[in-house]
Write a protein that binds this ligand. Structure first.
Ligand code: CA
Length: 221
């Protein structure tokens, strides 16, 4: 599991990072809104620990952006702003939990564990988008009423798109999630698979509208 830590107090960030790594989590520590945006665009993560007071902006704005863009993994706000109004605002904007500073590292770890567990339990097993339907348990896909035969890789790619509608998925992120490759895929494999998905769902209108975002990746619109 990979956790993104957005924290500008270096000491605090490194402390959290070490604690998470001891629990065998992969981590990435960033200290500005800008780096946080880049980090999430470049690679997938399973949870975010988010400070609010950041040198180049407010963590709440980041949270709002991410939720609007369809990012739905758990976000825990870790902030010195601990008034009830702040907490409510954070939760309303889509945070899953709110831990005031100063905090106990044990409590932070426990909360992250519980968030991730809860989130895994609520993962949808049927994903839909327009006329496209994907049943993750049966591992079957349909377009309208017609079944669509997919290989397991195509299925994984379709799942990634359906879980992130509207979000621009970078090639790196797709490679990581679908091919479990953290390196750049050497061939144009991703393009080939996207083209196949488009073709397989391209009948009777509707179809699967995957837009090419030049130089970046793809977006299900
Ligand atoms: Ca701060």
């Amino acid at each position: 599991m990979k956790i993104l830590i957005v924290e500008d107090e270096r000491r605090v960030g490194q402390f959290i990072e070490r604690a998470l790594q001891e629990q065998s989590h992969a981590t990435q520590l960033v200290s500005t809104c800008r780096d946080a945006r880049d980090a999430l665009a470049a690679s997938a993560c399973d949870a975010i620990i988010l400070d609010l007071g950041l040198p180049d902006g407010d963590g709440l704005d980041l949270l709002q952006e991410w939720r609007r863009a369809g990012f739905n993994e758990p976000v825990l706000i870790l902030s010195a702003r601990d008034a009830v109004a702040d907490r409510i605002r954070g939760l309303n904007l889509g945070a899953d939990d709110y831990l005031p500073k100063p905090f106990s590292i044990e409590e932070l770890l426990a909360r992250i564990r519980s968030l991730v567990r809860r989130h895994a339990g609520t993962k949808q097993t049927v994903l839909t988008h327009g006329t496209v339907r994907l049943d993750l348990l049966a591992r079957t896909a349909t377009s309208g009423s017609k079944p669509v035969e997919l290989t397991s890789r195509e299925l994984a790619l379709l799942e990634l798109f359906l879980q992130n509608p509207g979000r621009v998925l970078t090639r790196t992120l797709i490679a990581e999630k679908v091919w479990e490759a953290s390196y750049e895929l050497e061939t144009n494999l991703i393009d080939v698979y996207v083209r196949r998905l488009r073709q397989k769902f391209d009948h009777e209108g509707g179809g699967l509208a995957i837009k090419t975002v030049r130089g970046v990746g793809y977006q299900l619109t």
